[in-house]
Design a binder for this molecule. Structure first.
Ligand SMILES: *[C@@H]1O[C@H](CO)[C@@H](O)[C@H](O)[C@H]1NC(C)=O
Ligand SMILES: *[C@@H]1O[C@H](CO)[C@@H](O)[C@H](O)[C@H]1NC(C)=O
Ligand SMILES: *[C@@H]1O[C@H](CO)[C@@H](O)[C@H](O)[C@H]1NC(C)=O
Ligand SMILES: *[C@@H]1O[C@H](CO)[C@@H](O)[C@H](O)[C@H]1NC(C)=O
Ligand SMILES: *[C@@H]1O[C@H](CO)[C@@H](O)[C@H](O)[C@H]1NC(C)=O
Length: 380
């Protein structure tokens, strides 16, 4: 759907749409290219057609961007790999059917080894490049037992470690405390050792979606990660929310788990949380204590594809609220506004209630005063 059209709808009463649940499912094909978290924020903050789960999976390198960031180097290249002249500290060894690592000459800082058949990493593999900053190993056959010694911990400048789409059963470690971005999606991870992430003071982003994690294995493992802004645990096997998450998170994703309830005051400690996704879980009304989602920093809340019969109360600052595909059969204004007045009103702009048990006639007239910012309400 054309987003520009949605933007322009600044009418007195919100535009009420019908039946877009299906449509939206098929329009999420556009890939976002995440170059920085900032760019991501901009996209996300304005998004109405919902994100797709691969949206922030970085696919192609961007030589121009990289070149502008990193100075020249005098590195030579492994014969089977490519080191672009304009980006000589990067070595690309993608799609080469490699079964083991190539020799990595000193001077390389950005190493790409995607789409190979690498099963293991020897302890000395990076001894010539201990100042490696990015190590991208997506789409290989890596197993924990074949990653030897402290091979990552030795890389004292490592910032990005991506081992998406491999054969890992636990989070790799030990890790260097320079790490900023850890991505281990689409493995078979069932375990994180309690001290694996300890002391990673600069870790900002963790992608663990599409694994087999349960809440007991996660209890306390993220504690002390005070730089962590982004944690994605969607497509795992959580039946509860994990305990001991760090307080500065901005984005927290739990979609596609089996979560049935949320402990009272669970989100109290989060002072900056802006994006919270819990779609495709097993949430029911009785699993949601009254004020649990009344989080004043929250901008976007996704509770779609659950088993809710009523609309959980949210803070007046919330802007995007996704509730499609539940069993909601009433629309109390008090879920959005406890009181309505000159300054007391809901900031909700986009509200999805399609595929529930609600029709236009269920919307109370007094809602328009509370939801005065709404640009788009999807129903039926
Ligand atoms: C390190 O560099 C030396 C000299 O180029 C090379 O002989 C050796 O194989 C390299 N070691 C690794 C682990 O790549
Ligand atoms: C992953 O590991 C399992 C057993 O641990 C093995 O059967 C399977 O072939 C491995 N897959 C890949 C792609 O290496
Ligand atoms: C964390 O990041 C800051 C700022 O980039 C840097 O100065 C500091 O050395 C980093 N800490 C570690 C342990 O690498
Ligand atoms: C949310 O909580 C605040 C204070 O904690 C309260 O003033 C506000 O009325 C609550 N919002 C709703 C919709 O109940
Ligand atoms: C929808 O709501 C109506 C009226 O509240 C109720 O009679 C009906 O059983 C509900 N249908 C479903 C599928 O929940």
């Amino acid at each position: 759907m054309p987003r520009s059209k949605l933007w322009s709808l600044q009418v007195e009463k919100p535009f009420i749409r019908r039946g877009i649940a299906k449509e939206a499912e098929t329009t999420h094909t556009a890939k976002m290219h995440l170059k920085s978290l900032l760019f991501f924020f901009i996209l996300i903050s304005g998004i109405f057609c919902q994100y797709d789960y691969d949206g922030y999976y970085p696919s192609e390198p961007d030589y121009g961007y990289a070149h502008s960031m990193f100075g020249p180097s005098t590195a030579v290249c492994a014969p089977e790999c490519t080191c672009p002249i304009s980006y000589p500290s990067a070595m690309y060894c993608d799609n080469l059917k490699l079964k083991s690592l190539p020799i990595v000459p000193s001077g390389i800082k950005y190493l790409y080894l995607r789409n190979n058949m690498i099963e293991g990493i020897e302890n000395n593999a990076f001894d010539n490049v201990t100042d490696l900053e990015w190590l991208i190993l997506d789409n290989n056959h890596l197993e924990n037992s074949k990653i030897k010694g402290k091979v990552f911990a030795k890389l004292k400048n490592l910032k990005k470690l991506h081992i998406n789409y491999n054969n890992l059963t636990e989070v790799v470690g030990p890790l260097p405390n320079s790490l900023d971005d850890l991505q281990l999606t689409n493995n078979k991870i069932i375990k994180i050792n309690s001290n694996t992430l300890e002391g990673l003071v600069n870790l900002t982003v963790i992608h663990l979606q599409h694994n087999q994690l349960t809440e007991d294995t996660l209890s306390g493992v993220f504690k002390g990660l005070n730089s962590l802004l982004y944690l994605d645990l969607s497509f795992n096997k959580l039946s509860k929310l994990p305990r001991g998450l760090p307080p500065n998170l901005l984005m927290l994703y739990f979609d596609n788990n089996q979560i049935t309830n949320i402990p009272d005051e669970y989100f109290q400690g989060f002072k900056a949380l802006q994006y919270l996704r819990l779609s495709h879980n097993k949430l029911t009304d009785s699993g949601i204590p009254g004020n649990v989602f009344n989080i004043s920093s929250l901008v976007e809340l996704d509770l779609s594809y659950n088993q809710l019969k009523s609309i959980p109360t949210v803070n007046e600052h919330l802007e995007n609220y996704y509730l499609q595909v539940n069993q909601i059969n009433k629309f109390p204004v008090s879920s959005f506004c406890k009181v309505v007045g000159a300054l007391a009103y809901s900031r909700v702009r986009h509200l999805r209630l399609d595929a529930n048990n609600l029709t236009r006639s269920d919307l109370p007239q007094e809602m328009y005063n509370c939801l005065r910012m709404a640009a788009d309400i999807a129903l039926e």
